[in-house]
Design a protein around this ligand. Structure first.
Ligand SMILES: Nc1nc2c(ncn2[C@@H]2O[C@H](COP(=O)(O)OP(=O)(O)OP(=O)(O)O)[C@@H](O)[C@H]2O)c(=O)[nH]1
Length: 203
């Protein structure tokens, strides 16, 4: 992957309505969620950034030295595709490795395994599948997917799966990416937070 530029993107601009407070700042074993995502991506990124919304920018700036970008008009707060769109518009890279801020068990090793697949197989964009579910919010997208992302957003439908149908993306199963199932657990509500504590405690 020489001379190939990778941008690490931490998606943090959601409403966290089910969780009740901004998930990115939730402490898990003494470390905020955003820090887990950063540590997973930073080793492989030429540039890393948080994509968030205006109400949280100040807090990110106060707590971190991360590059913080915001969703771009006219697609502010329309879901994860808004964040990906802003990142692809504002940061120059060949690949965008995106990771939702609410997956603290997806670590540097897991990120390395995914990236390895991209390199070994010379793939364009990759989305892992685990236990039959695809995980498009911890995935790697080639810069050439941007035009179709724009077209998708212009339709007024912000569904990730619709955009995935438009682009050249390889879905990788467990036997290919070899990432443990637990890495893909994400936290939508307090119950799911308890679930990841349980996973951690069983290790
Ligand atoms: N930049 C950006 N990120 C988003 C947006 N919506 C969701 N995300 C991020 O995408 C990931 C998955 O989001 P969800 O958990 O599905 O949505 P959420 O809004 O955070 O939570 P709910 O309000 O409970 O649905 C999280 O990392 C969010 O921070 C958005 O409009 N802009």
């Amino acid at each position: 992957m020489k001379e190939t530029k990778i941008a690490g993107i931490i998606l943090s601009g959601g409403k966290s309505s089910r969780f009740g407070r901004p998930k990115a700042f939730e402490q898990f074993n003494g470390k905020p969620f955003y820090q887990y995502a950063y540590e997973a991506l930073a080793p492989y990124s030429d540039e890393a950034a948080v994509v968030s919304h205006a109400a949280l920018t100040e807090r990110f700036t106060a707590e971190t030295n991360f590059n913080v970008i915001e969703d771009q008009p006219p697609y502010i707060g329309k879901g994860p595709l808004s964040g990906l769109y802003a990142a692809m518009k504002l940061l120059k890279a060949d690949y965008y490795f995106i990771l939702a801020c609410d997956m603290p068990l997806f670590d540097e090793t897991a990120a390395g395994k995914l990236l390895q697949q991209l390199t070994d197989e010379s793939l364009n964009s990759i989305v892992p599948r685990s236990e039959g579910r695809i995980h498009p919010l911890c995935a790697i997208y080639h810069k050439d997917t941007l035009p179709e992302l724009e077209k998708q957003l212009e339709t007024g439908s912000y569904r990730m799966k619709e955009w995935l149908n438009r682009i050249d993306v390889s879905v990788l199963d467990e036997k290919e990416h070899c990432i443990p199932v637990s890495c893909f657990k994400n936290v939508n509500d307090q119950q799911e937070l308890s679930a990841i504590y349980e996973i951690e405690n069983n290790y």
